[in-house]
Structures are given as C-alpha cells and as structure tokens.
Design a protein around this ligand. Structure first.
Ligand SMILES: Cc1cc2nc3c(=O)[nH]c(=O)nc-3n(C[C@H](O)[C@H](O)[C@H](O)COP(=O)(O)OP(=O)(O)OC[C@H]3O[C@@H](n4cnc5c(N)ncnc54)[C@H](O)[C@@H]3O)c2cc1C
Length: 475
C-alpha cells in the first residue's frame, strides 16, 4: 500500500520552506523533496570553489543559450537562501502597481501584501546596517554618492548575530555562524518540529496530475523513486519549476509555460585604488542606492564584492595583464548595476532534453545597463580610482518567471489561488510566478506570496489538513 501524503513540496528554498511551515503548523502530513544535499553551519564548505561545486546547480555556471549570461542558483537544502545575501526588501508601489496592472489581481497592493510581509517577517531576525557595519568599500560608495548628490540608504538584512570582526563574504557559501536567516535557520526547523519530512539529494523529474492525487517521480542518489500526495507544490525556483512542468509534458495545456523569464541582469565594475580597500573584509554589503532617478531609469547600484574566483572571471584577458589585475585584489572597490529587465527570455527543453535559457539582452535593457555603468565609472573616477574595469560578464541571480501568474491559461500558468490552470491539485508560489521583473530583491516577496498560497492550499484541502497534530494518511 502506497503512502499518500497530504502535500509533497518539490524544493526547499524561500517558497517551499515557508509553505512547509504553514502547512505543517496546521497539522498537514508534508513531504519535501530537494535535489541538493543537506549542510549545516558546521559543515558548509569553507572555500569558494567547494561552495560553488557543492551548493549550486552546475557549479554556479548555468549559462544562457548564447553564453552571454551566467545564472547562479542554489542546489542545497534551503535553496537560494543558503547562498544569497539575505537582503530583505518589501516591494514598493512601482513594482506592485505594475503587477496589479498586468495580472488584474487586487492583492498586489502595499496594503494587502503587508499582511503577508508582516507574517513572514515575524519569523525573521532583521538588521538595519549601521555606519559601524561599513567596510572601506561601503565608505567609498557613500562618499561617492554624497559627492554626486545621489540618494542612498542602509540595507536591511536577515541576520541574528554576526558578531564582530566577521568577514561575511564566506556567508555566500553558507553562513558558518548560523546567523544569516536562511530557511535552514528559520522556517525549516520549525516545520520539521511540526512533522515535515525532508528527502534530500532527490531530483524530481516528472509530476503526473490526477483527479484525486498526484504522482511525483524522480531519482534519489541514482535510484528511481515515486511518491504520492493529494496535492503537490512546485517550489523549485524559476528554472527548476518551469523545467519540471516542461518535463511533465504540460506545454500543450499551458502555452505560456516557459515564457516571461527575467533575471535582473547585473554587471560588476571594479575600481583599483592606490590604498588598500579590503572589500572582502567585514560586512559584505551594507548600503544601497535609494535614488528615484535610478529607479525611474530602471536600475539600482549595489555595494558588493566577490571572492577571488568570481573576480578573476570578471576581468577579460590572460597572462601578465590578468595577474597584475588580480594582485591588486586588496585594492579593489566594487559597485554593481542591476537592471530591472524588460526584455523577457524563454525557457524550453532542447531535443537533447536539456533546459535551454534564451535570454538575449534587449536594446532597452542594454541602454539601461550602459546608463548605470556610466554612473558607476563616473563615481569611481570622482573618488580618484587609478583604473576602472566594467566587466562584460552578465550575471543573473534573481531568476524569475516561466510560470507566471495571471487570469487565463492562454497567457499565464498559475491562477490567483496559485493553482496551475486546469490542474487543481498542483500549486506554485515560487519565483517562477513573477509576471515581470520588479527591480527589487525578490526573496521576501517570494516568502510573502508563499504564505498567502499556503492559506489557499489549506482552504482547498478543507478539514483534511487543518488539524492540530501531524498525521499520516494511507490510501
Ligand atoms: C548569490 C545570490 C545572492 C542573492 N542575494 C539575494 C538577496 O540578498 N536578497 C534577495 O531577495 N534575493 C537574493 N537572491 C535571490 C534569491 O535567493 C532567490 O530569488 C530565491 O531564493 C528564490 O526562491 P525560490 O523559492 O523561488 O527558489 P530557490 O530558493 O532557488 O529554491 C528552489 C529549490 O528547489 C530545488 N530544486 C530545483 N529543481 C528541483 C527538482 N527537479 N527536484 C528537486 N528539487 C529541485 C533547488 O535545488 C533549490 O534548493 C540571491 C541569489 C543568489 C544566487
């Protein structure tokens, strides 16, 4: 006799973990399947190379079809929240109004979303970065902004107690201090206390939707597995969830599947100074642009840096010239331009059964990027940099769309109850449902939407799952 779970969740990132917490809190029997391995603060890799190899899909080297953009996404229990910076911003009216306009869904408003933001924030320790947190890279950023009259603001980060003297760049390979508010430190342990079971290193390949239950098939450490549940939640991220629906041969029923992929493409500019900057020291990111002119133009400027492997990738060239550049690692400051991209990409499976990400840069997005990069170069020149290098490499960290939310099956994949159109036992609330690029850090909104989606799932499940104690159901 097969065990029939109430809900199977595929993916343990920002979306899956919040949904798991909400459902198990109400007594549902929930199984979570995650392709990545499980690490903890004590076992995260302690160097950049191993972190890329062990915590990311394809070693952090997923490339677009024309190889112009590198996409980075987590493959680990906790998903992207293990390798991200945990900057947690609510969407502004510009982003929510555009979503409401596009989807004709009224809950995309500051008032209604506030309920969900409040609910998820109540589980997170949030820290507003103060000047005492700044490193020299941040000091240069603020000095440059003030000399040009650009608005800036402190970042808000999910962290509990980073202590002093911490070099936070290691945190991008998993926080060794159990401070960063990843899912592993927040929603997942609470859900596990309520009975959530997680199967890691389990890659789901196909979901088969039936009228009374869903069959989920995949591989765990090389062995085929099949699991069953009344409902399934796909929370595998923009690329993972879209790929899973494509593999499940739902393209004909869902013509919009794979359309509308966005990534907030980013470009890093490195400036070399005569004096030490030591951007790798101290808190990694502490300030952000808060400039209405940049928001209107469609970009923001980020106070960032990167490990030596990533910095090495940014600089074109070989040999002595590259070596001379890398020798100055400690003298580098860095600012990144992130574009609110308007040109949508497409996700599809090739004839060789591989996910293809077609995301050429549109002319408008190229112009926006050029505008932002010119501002950065000008800032660094004003600050007295001896050399400024804007990397041609495009990076996509905020992967969004592919299954976007909307009213009709003809032009969207998920309805306002987060159900896949025409498949009432299948739900999605992860970054794949974004209808366009907000131009704002996405993960808090993914969590907020997932909290809302969980309420719909519980309502749709009725008395079956709204119970006080975890329980199992056998078919
Ligand atoms: C370096 C970096 C820095 C970032 N910084 C920030 C930041 O500061 N603030 C912010 O808001 N956002 C940031 N982001 C983006 C943010 O982390 C993501 O937008 C967010 O994690 C997406 O949530 P999700 O639930 O949609 O997917 P994810 O968190 O990516 O979770 C999806 C999970 O599903 C798993 N999965 C995929 N396919 C399958 C399958 N077939 N079977 C089983 N499991 C599968 C994956 O392994 C993954 O664990 C950053 C991202 C990166 C890479």
């Amino acid at each position: 006799m097969k065990h029939l779970h109430d809900v199977i969740i595929v993916g343990s990132g920002a979306s899956g973990s919040v949904i798991a917490h909400e459902l198990t809190q109400s007594g549902a029997d929930v199984l979570m399947l995650e392709a990545g391995r499980r690490f903890s603060a004590a076992t995260f890799p302690d160097n950049e190379l191993d972190a890329n190899a062990q915590l990311m899909w394809n070693g952090g080297m997923d490339a677009s079809r024309d190889a112009s953009t590198l996409f980075i996404r987590g493959k680990v229990v906790g998903g992207g929240t293990i390798i991200n910076q945990c900057l947690l911003d609510r969407f502004d009216d510009i982003a929510l109004d555009s979503w409401r306009h596009q989807t004709r869904m009224d809950f995309f408003s500051s008032d209604q979303m506030a309920l969900h933001y409040d609910a998820v924030e109540s589980h997170l320790a949030l820290h507003h970065m103060a000047p005492s947190d700044w490193n020299t890279n941040a000091e240069l950023y603020v000095k440059g902004f003030e000399s040009k009259g650009y608005g800036w603001a402190p970042l808000r980060r999910g962290q509990r107690d980073c202590g002093s003297g911490n070099d936070c760049m290691t945190c991008l390979g998993g926080c060794p201090r159990a401070s960063k508010q990843s899912m592993l430190e927040t929603f997942l342990p609470k859900a596990e206390n309520n009975g959530l079971r997680i199967e890691s290193e389990c890659t789901v390949r196909e979901v088969v939707h039936g009228p009374s239950f869903v069959t989920v098939c995949g591989y765990q450490r090389g062995q085929p597995i099949t699991r069953y549940a009344r409902k399934v939640v796909l929370a595998s991220g923009a690329l993972g969830t879209t790929e899973l629906l494509l593999r499940s041969r739902l393209q004909d029923r869902l013509p919009a599947l794979g359309q509308g992929f966005y990534c907030h493409p980013q470009w890093m500019t490195v400036a070399l100074f005569n004096d030490r900057v030591d951007s790798h020291k101290g808190a990694f990111q502490t300030v952000k642009s808060d400039e209405p002119r940049f928001r209107a133009a469609g970009f923001k400027l980020e106070n960032v840096f990167a490990g030596p492997i990533a910095i090495g990738l940014l600089k074109p060239g070989y040999g002595l010239d590259h070596q001379r550049f890398m020798r100055q690692y400690r003298n580098m400051a860095c600012i990144e331009v992130a574009v609110r991209d308007q040109g949508a990409g497409t996700l599809r499976l090739t004839r060789r059964d591989r996910l293809e990400i077609d995301k050429p840069l549109s002319d408008v997005d190229r112009q926006t990027a050029d505008h932002g990069n010119r501002v950065v170069v000008d800032l660094f020149q004003t600050l007295g940099a001896k050399e400024v290098v804007t990397s041609p490499l495009q990076i996509g960290l905020h992967l969004m769309g592919g299954c976007h939310i909307g009213q009709n099956a003809g032009d969207s994949v998920v309805n306002e109850h987060f159900q896949v159109h025409g498949l009432p036992n299948m739900y999605i609330a992860d970054s794949s449902i974004f209808p366009n690029a907000p131009g704002i850090n996405p993960s808090l909104t993914i969590m907020a939407l997932s909290q809302r989606a969980a309420q719909h799932i519980l309502r749709d499940c009725g008395a079956t799952v709204v119970q006080q104690q975890p329980h199992g159901v056998s078919a």
